[in-house]
Design a protein around this ligand. Structure first.
Ligand SMILES: Cc1ncc(COP(=O)(O)O)c(C=O)c1O
Length: 363
C-alpha cells in the first residue's frame, strides 16, 4: 500500500501552468514577476504591510533578528516547545537564548514570560514566539507584556499560515513575522519562506537578503549580507498554492474534526483558543499513559503510515544544554505522551478510517 505521510504537498493544479509562463519568459531567476505576485498574495491574505519572499522560513527568522539589531551578548527569549529552526538563528547572531515553557494552550505561557523577563541576566531584546502546529498563542497577553517591557516580538508562524487570532492573521502581531513553505507545510513551494512586517524593516531585510549590495553599477558593500531570495519558478508555485490556501485550511480542520470525534476518548487534542482559528496544520494529541504514543507510532509504521512524537522541547536538547530556561514541566509532559497524526489536506476518509482503527486497536 502507498505510504501515508504526515503532511505531504498538495498541488493546486495550476503550478505547472504558472511555471510554464516563467519558462516562456526565460526569466527563471533571479527573482521576477511571480516572486512579486507571491509577495502580494501573502499581503492580501494576511493584511501584512510588507512581505519578502525568501529561500526558507529559517532565512526569514535570521533576517528578522539581524534587522532588529540582535547581536552578540543580546538576550533573546523564545518558546521552548518548538522546532530547532525557530531558535537556531539566535545562535547565528551569537545572542543568548532563554527558553520559556508553554501552558495549557501548548504555546508560550504569558506567566512564565513575565518570570523570564524578571530573571534574565539583562533586559531581553526580543522574543521569538512560535504558533505551534498552526494554533494561536495568547496574543493579547503576550503583546501587552512585550510592549510594557519594550521587547521586540518576532512571530514564528512557519506552521501557522491561515491561522487568525481576534480576526488578525498570525504572523502579523509583531514587528516581524515568518511563514514557511517547506514541503510539509500547509502550502509549499518545495522550500521557501516569507518575512512579513513593518516596511522599513522588511526593506532592510530585502537589502541583506541579496548580499547587502549598495545601489550602484559596480558591486559595492558597506555591510555583509546573505543569498536568501526565492527564485521566480518557486514564486510561481507559491502563487498557485496561495489560490487554494483557504481550502487547505478547511481540509486540515475537517481532518482534525474526524480525529476529534473518533479518538476523543483516547487522546486529548491540542486546544484552540476561543478567539482564534488555527489552521490545524497537524492534528496533535496526548495519550494519558506515558510512552503509549511510541506504541501507536510503531503500529502505524508497520502499516506504512507516518506519525511522529511532538517536538522535543529546546530546553531538553543536548545542543542547548546549560541554556537558561524558565520551565514548568508542561512541554516535557506533552513530549512524553504526544503524537502527530497523518494530517494531509488530501487525506481521504478511507485512509483516515484506517489510521483511526490502528490507533484504537493499539491503545
Ligand atoms: C516552527 C518552525 N519554525 C521554523 C521552521 C523553518 O522553516 P523552513 O524549513 O522553511 O526553514 C519550521 C519548519 O520547518 C517550523 O516548523
Amino acid at each position: 500500500m502507498d505510504r501515508v505521510f504526515l503532511s505531504p504537498p498538495n498541488m493546486s493544479g495550476r503550478e505547472q501552468e504558472y511555471i510554464a509562463e516563467v519558462f516562456k519568459s526565460n526569466y527563471i531567476a533571479p527573482l521576477g514577476e511571480y516572486v512579486n505576485k507571491f509577495e502580494k498574495s501573502i499581503k492580501d491574505y494576511t493584511s501584512a504591510t510588507d512581505a519578502l519572499a525568501l529561500s526558507s522560513g529559517t532565512a526569514g527568522l535570521h533576517l528578522a533578528l539581524r534587522v532588529l539589531g540582535v547581536g552578540q551578548g543580546d538576550v533573546v527569549l523564545a518558546s521552548s516547545f518548538t522546532f530547532a529552526a525557530s531558535v537556531n538563528p539566535i545562535l547565528y547572531e551569537k545572542a543568548t537564548p532563554i527558553f520559556i515553557d508553554c501552558d495549557e494552550s501548548w504555546n508560550l505561557s504569558p506567566e512564565l514570560l513575565k518570570k523570564a523577563i524578571k530573571s534574565a541576566p539583562k533586559k531581553p531584546k526580543a522574543l521569538v514566539l512560535t504558533h505551534l502546529y498552526g494554533q494561536a498563542s495568547k496574543m493579547r497577553e503576550i503583546c501587552e507584556i512585550c510592549q510594557e517591557n519594550n521587547i521586540e516580538l518576532v512571530e514564528d508562524a512557519a506552521e501557522a499560515l491561515g491561522g487568525f487570532y481576534d480576526g488578525k492573521a498570525l504572523g502579523t502581531f509583531g514587528r516581524l513575522g515568518v511563514y514557511s513553505f517547506n514541503g510539509n507545510k500547509i502550502i509549499t513551494t518545495s522550500g521557501g519562506g516569507m518575512l512579513v512586517g513593518e516596511p522599513e524593516l522588511v526593506e532592510k531585510a530585502r537589502f541583506y537578503s541579496t548580499q547587502a549590495r549598495e545601489p550602484l553599477l559596480h558591486y559595492e558593500h558597506k555591510d555583509y549580507g546573505y543569498n536568501y531570495r526565492l527564485s521566480n519558478i518557486l514564486g510561481a508555485v507559491g502563487v498557485a498554492q496561495m489560490e487554494v490556501l483557504e481550502s487547505r485550511v478547511l481540509a486540515k480542520r475537517a481532518v482534525f474534526e474526524i480525529y476529534e470525534r473518533e479518538l476523543g476518548d483516547v487522546l486529548e487534542f491540542m486546544p484552540e483558543l476561543e478567539n482564534s482559528r488555527g489552521n490545524r496544520w497537524l492534528t496533535t494529541g496526548v495519550f494519558k499513559e506515558k510512552g503509549m504514543h511510541l506504541k501507536v507510532i510503531d503500529a502505524l509504521a508497520k502499516q506504512n503510515i507516518e506519525s511522529r512524537p511532538l517536538w522535543k522541547p529546546m530546553h531538553m536538547q543536548p545542543v542547548f544544554k546549560g541554556v537558561l530556561s524558565v520551565i514548568n514541566g508542561t512541554s516535557e509532559n506533552l513530549f512524553e505522551r504526544g503524537i502527530c497524526l497523518p494530517s494531509g489536506s488530501c487525506l481521504d476518509e478511507k485512509t483516515q478510517e484506517r489510521v483511526i482503527k490502528i490507533v484504537k486497536e493499539s491503545v
